[in-house]
Write a protein that binds this ligand. Structure first.
Ligand code: ATP
Ligand code: HMH
Length: 268
C-alpha cells in the first residue's frame, strides 16, 4: 500500500480540509497521514474560528512522518500564515518530498479568508516551485496572476502564467465559471480539457480538497499526472453527483458512493 500525506487544516464538519482528504485517500486505497496546520470551527454554513498550529509543531509533525515512513505523495491545502508556509517548504525540501499537489486554498466557499492575504506572495514563491501540480480555482488564479478570468481562453492564459512560476503542471478548475464545469490541465506542452456538465446542487463543500487529494492518491499509486488528473476528475464528478444534504448549508461531497454502492452498502 502507498502512503499519502495531507498537510492542511481541520474542518470540524468533516466536509473539507484534512477530513475530506483522509476520506478521499481511503476511497482510493492509499494509507492516509496528516499534518494539521490549523483547526477551524466550521460547518456547512460558515467558518467561525481558526486556531493556527505553531510552525514548531507543524515542523515536528513533518519530522515524525518523514523520519519514519515513506511518503508516496503529498497534498498541501490550507496553510494560513507566512511562517507556516516557510516551515512546510523548508521541510519538504529537506526531505526531498516528491509528487507534491499544491491546492492554493485562499478563501472558503462561505467567504472566510483561510490564507492571510499577507502570505499570498509567500505561497506563490515558496510552494508553487515545489509542486508537481498546482490546482487553483478561478478566484485563486486571479490573485496569483493579477488577471480577470471569465472564459476558457483566459483560463489557458492564466495556466501559462502560473506554470511560469515553477510548478511542473497546472490544473485550472472551472467550477466558478458559468456553464459547464470544465477544468484545464497544462503541463508545459499542451492544454488538456477535462469537461463535465454542471451538476445542479448546492452541496459542493470540499470539492477542491477532494479533487486535489484524489490527484495525490493517484500519483502516489504511480499514475502519470495526466491519468491521475483524469481519474480524479471522474471521482469528483461522482462525488458531487451524489453529494450529501448534511447540515443547513452547503453539504459535502460523497466519498462512499462509488465504493459502497457496488457492495450494496450505500442507500441514498
Ligand atoms: N456544480 C458542479 N458540477 C460539476 N462539477 C463541479 C461543480 N462545482 C465544481 N465542480 C468541479 O469540482 C472541482 C473543484 O472545483 P472548484 O472550482 O469548485 O474548486 P474550489 O473552489 O477550490 O473548491 P473549494 O471551495 O472546496 O476550495 C473541479 O473539478 C470543478 O470542475
Ligand atoms: C480547513 C479547510 N480547508 C480548505 C477549505 C476549502 O475551502 C475549507 N473550507 N476548510
Amino acid at each position: 500500500m502507498k502512503n499519502v500525506l495531507t498537510i492542511a487544516g481541520s474542518d470540524s464538519s468533516g466536509g473539507a480540509g484534512i477530513q475530506a482528504d483522509l476520506k478521499t485517500f481511503a476511497a482510493h486505497g492509499v494509507f492516509g497521514m496528516s499534518v494539521i496546520t490549523a483547526v477551524t470551527a466550521q460547518n456547512t454554513q460558515g467558518v467561525f474560528a481558526v486556531q493556527d498550529i505553531t510552525p514548531a509543531v507543524i515542523a515536528k509533525q513533518l519530522d515524525a512522518i518523514f523520519e519514519d515512513i515513506e511518503v508516496a505523495a503529498v497534498k498541501i491545502g490550507m496553510v494560513s500564515q507566512v511562517d507556516t508556509i516557510k516551515t512546510i517548504a523548508a521541510k519538504l525540501r529537506e526531505y526531498g518530498a516528491s509528487n507534491i499537489v499544491a491546492d492554493p486554498v485562499m478563501v472558503s466557499k462561505s467567504g472566510y479568508r483561510l490564507l492571510n492575504p499577507a502570505a499570498e506572495v509567500t505561497l506563490i514563491e515558496e510552494l508553487l516551485p515545489l509542486a508537481a501540480i498546482v490546482t487553483p480555482n478561478i478566484p485563486e488564479a486571479e490573485v496569483i496572476t493579477g488577471r480577470t478570468i471569465t472564459t476558457l481562453a483566459a483560463m489557458e492564459v492564466a495556466a501559462r502564467d502560473i506554470f511560469a512560476l515553477g510548478p511542473k503542471s497546472v490544473l485550472m478548475k472551472g467550477g466558478h465559471l458559468d456553464g459547464d464545469s470544465t477544468d484545464i490541465l497544462f503541463d508545459g506542452e499542451e492544454f488538456i480539457y477535462l469537461p463535465s456538465r454542471r451538476i445542479a446542487t448546492k452541496n459542493t463543500h470540499g470539492t477542491g480538497c477532494t479533487l486535489s487529494s484524489a490527484i495525490a492518491a493517484n500519483v502516489g499509486r504511480g499514475l502519470s499526472m495526466r491519468d491521475a488528473v483524469a481519474a480524479a476528475k471522474e471521482y469528483i464528478t461522482v462525488a458531487i453527483e451524489h453529494s450529501l444534504s448534511i447540515g443547513k448549508g452547503v453539504g459535502p461531497t460523497n466519498h462512499f458512493y462509488t465504493l459502497y454502492k457496488k457492495a450494496g452498502m450505500f442507500n441514498d
